[in-house]
Design a protein around this ligand. Structure first.
Ligand code: FES
Length: 470
């Protein structure tokens, strides 16, 4: 078997300064022998180790990564390692899902007195990395191999898994793309306009964010109404696809003062998240929930609508509806796609995601529409240091899409706006949903359901699972 060159592997070890570094030091002073492939990078605490560091290390083509810190309860900043444990648990699942061989990624607790344990951990990690076939690790280069000195881009090359997933989506849409009972669209629009006018005339809000008809048939666009005379622009119909809550954090909208906003049930979940993250004040928002039986784009029902289990907004001031909603398809094509990927080999998964991300043109439409991408300066726009290359490149695309997905862990409410607007149809919906399922399984948490429950990566339990830690 073609295993890694024993003398030529590199393993980056991110260690906390207090316990694991001291443990490594103690192994050295005790003259314990251990594998020399390790390169130690010191951090104040494992709580400071962002998964982006791990991604960057893989991007620079280290063959393995070890993260090590103080044992639970011994962290010199009290709880840094508890938070880190949750973060790494989710990150590890994400990396496994995209097809990283987990023999390359390890976590351990090593105290200052455990020099012998440090030597054992390093030997174990390096022997696992060396046992991986296929030679040196390559991050995001599968589709850009060098061929006779020329860069050959494998454009439009679809993996088998990719074709299966495409067929799966098409079969679901074909099966369930039935007409929706929207005979009452006009009634709902009239109710909406009446309410909007009342709110503006009585100065209960200064502006209303809603939908208006576009110049194109079967399409609506967002609109901000500040004048009661303009409320007739507002419409509600089956083409109101956008999640309008992404506007709530924009400085221009915030300047307007109290805002009314039209939300579907799925979109209302983002308002819960934005309040939890202190991005909006509940008292500054008037939420107009509206009956939604599923929305269409290009005459196709959106995948998320097939599995929508809660068609009444979770948070609202007023609810505009015609009758109790009966439709509950509850078929989840995204979950089926996740199963398909999980049942594939790691090589198939890795190739599938390589191919998906290789199409990314870095237009950042996914970032623009996401209600939770509100940072003034996104990490990908920072130059000192530059964590992610900002332009379209195989390595940068891979890193950007993983970091984006990870930053939404425990926050994404599954509106799937990112995958809807993606011009190259990257399956961000699958990635987001996979993390959401993992969060639910590990921490019994669902984003956008309750304001009172803390998001899982902002808290910890002393008895959180740690089977993956050496
Ligand atoms: Fe070692 Fe926090 S100081 S993990």
């Amino acid at each position: 078997m073609n295993t890694q060159n024993q003398n030529n592997i590199k393993i980056a070890a991110f260690v906390c300064n207090w316990c694991s570094y001291a443990g490594a030091d103690s192994a050295g002073t005790s003259r314990l022998q251990y594998d020399d492939s390790i390169r130690i990078i010191r951090f104040p605490c494992t709580g400071r180790i962002d998964p982006i560091f791990i991604i960057k290390a893989f991007e620079t083509e280290v063959d393995g990564v070890l993260v090590s810190g103080c044992h639970p309860g011994d962290c010199h900043y009290s709880t840094g390692n508890f938070y880190a444990r949750r973060r790494f648990n989710v990150f590890r699942s994400l990396m496994e899902f995209i097809g990283l061989d987990l023999r390359r990624l390890h976590f351990s607790w090593v105290s200052a007195a455990e020099g012998a344990k440090w030597a054992n951990v390093v030997n174990k990690v390096s022997s696992e990395v060396k046992s991986i076939p296929n030679g040196k690790f390559k991050w995001a280069l599968t589709y850009h191999k060098k061929n006779n000195g020329q860069n050959t881009e494998h454009k439009n090359k679809k993996t088998e898994l990719s074709k299966k997933i495409k067929n799966l989506y098409e079969s679901f849409i074909k099966e369930y793309n039935k007409p929706f009972p929207y005979e009452k669209e006009n009634t709902l629009t009239e109710q909406l306009r009446t309410l909007a006018k009342n709110l503006l005339v009585n100065n209960k809000v200064n502006a209303i964010i809603g939908y208006k008809s576009s110049n194109f048939e079967k399409l609506t666009t967002p609109v901000v109404i500040t004048n009661p005379e303009s409320v007739n622009q507002l419409v509600w119909n089956r083409y109101c696809v956008n999640n309008l809550t992404s506007y709530l954090t924009r400085p221009k909208i915030k300047k307007l003062g109290k805002i009314g906003i039209v939300v579907k049930a799925c979109d209302s979940k983002s308002i819960i998240g934005l309040i939890q993250e202190n991005q909006i004040n509940r008292d500054d928002i008037f939420i107009i929930g509206i009956q939604c039986d599923g929305v269409l784009e290009n005459e196709k029902i959106l995948e998320k609508c097939l599995s929508c289990s809660n068609r009444i907004p979770v948070i609202k001031n007023e609810y505009i509806y015609d009758k109790e909603i009966e439709i509950k398809l509850n078929v989840n094509v995204i979950d089926e796609a996740i199963k398909l990927i999980e049942n594939s080999s790691i090589e198939e998964r890795w190739n599938f995601w390589q191919e998906e991300f290789s199409r990314c043109i870095r237009c950042y439409a996914c970032r623009t529409v996401c209600p939770f991408c509100y940072c003034e300066t996104c990490i990908t726009d920072k130059h000192r240091p530059q964590w992610i290359s900002p332009s379209a490149s195989p390595k940068g695309n891979f890193s950007w899409n993983l970091i984006r997905a990870f930053h939404l862990s425990g926050r994404c409410i599954g509106c799937n706006e990112c995958s809807r607007v993606c011009p190259v149809n990257i399956h961000l919906d699958i990635l987001n949903r996979k993390i959401a399922l993992e969060i639910k399984k590990e921490f019994e948490y669902e984003a956008g359901v309750s304001i009172d429950v803390s998001p899982p990566l902002t808290t910890y339990r002393p008895d959180d699972s740690q089977e993956f830690i050496l």
